[in-house]
Design a protein around this ligand. Structure first.
Ligand SMILES: [Mn+2]
Length: 410
């Protein structure tokens, strides 16, 4: 058997249309894809090209612009065969699956399907594709992102077997228990189908290099900052994998700098905390950055007695530095004596001028804000829905409708 000589670029989670850093998402996706196209024979994208299942026309236009430029290039490899549930309209070696952000009901077109229908890429969700270059073939199998609890069954149903005599790749878009040990729904690397030469996952937004069944298991991470978590401080980029040598390297792209600044607030009064916030941000801003950096300040600890999280002034710092950095300040890990008192008085029924329902709503909204959880739906509408419907099943169904299908209804 002759050796394969194909170079795969592995890029993921562009999140085009991501509201918060819309321009970054576009610029960084384009830079990564252009650089990848210059170096690789095949582009492989394991999901979340878009940030949403129903992108606006202007977001679709961004994607079409990027992929149309790629389709104008001269490619040395081409698709020779496609087996899948949808249709394929191109020989371009540009291969993708939808991620969890794009997934819609079975049989309903998602935005990745639209790019495939336009002949700009090959969507191999629940399918596979053969790619050929100079007489060498590889086979890439794909399973699009789905709800975690359904993935093990989907794997079982797909019953994937590598194609003999060639290099085989499996791409998917799910959580993996070894990386996120929170739920028994998540697959372990041992659950992956055996016999493949390369396993590629999306979904997780930082770079991961591990092994599955003795072969490389790679996650390139997102090309744009989204979660502002510790792991996202490293450089963004993509992998180039050489099927002849089985070696790979990570290519960095220019991306906005992100720094997480942790501040202890144990026993401190709000004024002192404000000073520390300012000092922490100042020292980060002093460092060299091409663009405005993103700085997330995370406060943690138990406040001086008599104060609550709300007493900490975060707006002044955000305003003061707004021309030099994009700042976010999280109070989710701040504890205070005050809140315990509120709950105690609620229990004893002495909380005045506040109905239990209003108190519940304020806690609900506060918790959402602390967790940086942004709802499409109005939190009050959601809370009312959950609180007022006495039929549990109906309440959950209506809430999910509100959360997931808000856009379609609007
Ligand atoms: Mn993602």
């Amino acid at each position: 058997m002759r050796l394969n000589t194909m170079k795969l670029a592995i890029l993921s989670d562009f999140h085009l249309g991501y509201e918060r850093f819309r321009e970054d998402a576009y610029i960084q996706a384009k830079e990564a894809l252009d650089a990848a196209a210059r170096e690789a024979d095949v582009l492989v994208m394991p999901g979340d090209i878009f940030d949403m299942r129903n992108p606006k026309p202007e977001v679709l236009a961004e994607a079409i612009n990027i992929f149309r430029d790629l389709s104008d290039r001269k490619w040395n490899a081409k698709v020779t065969r496609f087996d899948g549930s949808g249709k394929n309209f191109t020989e371009l070696p540009i291969i993708a699956i939808p991620g969890t952000h794009e997934r819609r009901a079975y049989g309903v077109e998602d935005p990745v399907d639209l790019l495939a229908l336009a002949g700009l890429l090959v969507d191999i969700s629940d399918g596979r594709v053969f790619v050929e270059k100079n007489g060498e073939h590889i086979c890439i199998f794909g399973l699009g992102g789905i709800a975690e609890e359904r993935f093990k069954e989907a794997l079982k149903n797909a019953d994937l077997h590598p194609e003999p005599g060639m290099f085989n790749v499996f791409i998917f878009h799910q959580s993996v228990h070894e990386l996120l040990p929170f739920s028994s729904d998540f697959i372990t690397l041992d659950d992956l189908p055996v016999g493949f030469d390369l396993y590629i996952d999306g979904h997780i937004h930082n770079k991961v290099e591990m092994k599955a069944h003795g072969k490389p298991f790679l996650i390139p991470g997102s090309t744009v900052l989204t979660q502002l978590k510790e792991g996202e401080q490293e450089a963004k980029g993509f992998f180039i994998f050489d099927t002849a040598t089985k070696e790979y390297l990570f290519k960095e792209i220019r991306s906005r700098r992100f720094k997480l600044v942790k501040i202890e607030v144990d026993g401190l009064e709000p004024e002192k905390i404000a000073e520390r916030i300012e000092r922490g941000i100042s020292s980060e801003i002093a460092k060299e950055s091409e663009d405005k950096p993103i700085i997330r300040v995370e406060l943690a600890g138990r406040l001086m007695d008599g104060f609550k999280g709300i007493d900490i002034d975060v707006q002044s710092a955000i305003k003061e530095f707004k021309d030099k950095a994009i700042i976010e300040i999280g109070k989710g890990k701040v504890e205070s004596e005050q809140k315990d008192v509120d709950i105690a008085s609620l229990r004893s029924g002495t909380l005045e001028n506040l109905s239990i329902k209003d108190f519940g709503l304020s806690v609900f909204v506060e918790k959402l804000a602390e967790k940086k959880y942004e709802l499409e739906a109005n939190p009050r509408e959601l809370f009312d829905l959950l609180a007022e419907e006495s039929n549990k099943e109906k309440a959950v169904k209506s809430a999910l409708d509100l959360l997931l299908y808000k856009k379609e209804r609007a």
